[in-house]
Design a protein around this ligand. Structure first.
Ligand SMILES: Nc1ncnc2c1ncn2[C@@H]1O[C@H](COP(=O)(O)OP(=O)(O)OP(=O)(O)O)[C@@H](O)[C@H]1O
Length: 223
């Protein structure tokens, strides 16, 4: 299997001058295509920083960071924008648009790609919402949905475009154990069906069993 993510000697600093501080130290990591990898570690250990670098949400400074066969260290903003379109993101605070229905929120996951017409986008959005158990809530607005339902909309939006890589930052943190379990089971099932790679940051011990591999970070290092 080829690597979806390949990292060598990755370092990262925040700030400049006297305030410059190193937060990631000499990371090496390979994640294979189709692998589900969980990333755990104490608060402040660097998990989110690593996830945002892999996702092209911030610029990688040194070492090598290859994601889906694209080198991100030294990449221009434009190349990072192109890279970002290939990933699905799921965040703790689901980031749904309050003025859009569940269907319209999920459709946004396809609109960025720009290759499908409206009826086809609606059909795919509605199909994946049905898969996540929200077929009866296509026209619901986020504030008409429970936390678990909103998170399932966010999962549907991240996965609707069949991204080869899904990055998730504490997707279950705001959920009770039953909803959290539903959300990760769903991610796992869709990942297996679509063959995508998942990297998931979590403090949630209840979901460790979905992983092919669990990594831990401490003070900016992978241990
Ligand atoms: N934009 C920033 N500017 C300066 N320092 C930052 C910035 N973002 C994060 N840091 C620092 O980098 C370190 C790693 O933070 P990061 O958010 O990656 O940790 P984390 O493991 O995801 O923590 P948590 O589990 O609390 O989300 C912390 O010391 C944090 O204070």
């Amino acid at each position: 299997m080829t690597a979806a993510i390949s990292i060598q000697r990755l370092n990262h600093h925040f700030g400049t001058g006297d305030l410059r501080r190193q937060v990631l130290f000499d990371l090496d990591l390979e994640v294979k295509t189709g692998e589900i990898v969980l990333l755990t570690g104490n608060s402040g250990s660097g998990k989110t920083t690593l996830l945002t670098l892999i996702g092209g949400l911030r610029s990688a400074q040194s070492g090598s960071l290859r994601v889906l066969d694209r080198e991100l260290v030294g990449s221009k903003d434009q190349a990072l924008t192109v890279a970002r379109r290939e990933h699905g993101y799921i965040f703790q605070a689901h980031n749904l648009h309050g003025s859009l229905t569940a269907l319209q929120n999920v459709r946004m996951g396809l609109e960025m790609r720009g290759s499908l017409d409206l009826p086809e986008m609606d059909q795919r959005a509605s199909a994946i919402l049905t898969t996540v158990g929200l077929g009866d809530h296509l026209e619901s607005f986020p504030d008409q949905l429970s936390g678990g339902q909103k998170q399932r909309v966010a999962v549907a939006r991240a996965l609707v475009g069949n991204p080869p890589l899904v990055l998730a930052d504490e997707p279950t943190a705001a959920l009770d154990s039953r909803s959290g379990r539903d959300v990760v089971n769903l991610m796992q099932r869709l990942a297996r069906e679509q063959g995508c790679t998942i990297l998931l940051v979590t403090h949630d011990n209840r979901i460790l069993d979905i992983a092919d591999r669990t990594l831990s970070m401490e003070d900016g290092r992978l241990i």
